[in-house]
Design a protein. Sequence first.
Length: 137
Amino acid sequence: MSEDERFLASEEGKRLSSKERQRLRNKVSARAFRSRKKEYISQLESGVALTTQDVINLRRENVALLSENERYRDLIRSLLRQPTFTLSLNNYNADCHSLSAAQLEQKVMHHSSTHEYSVQPKQDRQEQQAWPPQQQW
């Protein structure tokens, strides 16, 4: 409770004219409003600072992902230029088209268990996609 609020509640404050009491109440109210406004602005500024930091972090992550994506595209282009890789890929595609989904899952599981880097097959594979993609980069 501020000094003005205590004065209004005291006996002396009760002796003031209604106009003076109203002026004092307005003063107390204005001070409280300014305090609430200052707190609100402070909260908004904190939110802006956090959001700005999030934007900076997301932009960094985006740049890193774009760079990684470009490296993978370069790797794919390089692999597709190698005849042995393209031949293996075509054979794999031919096998994929001739097998049922269940047979393909079994083949992928067997193939991945024989390699150091295991590939987990998708559980709900609806349709097999041809590889390499038809897009030209």
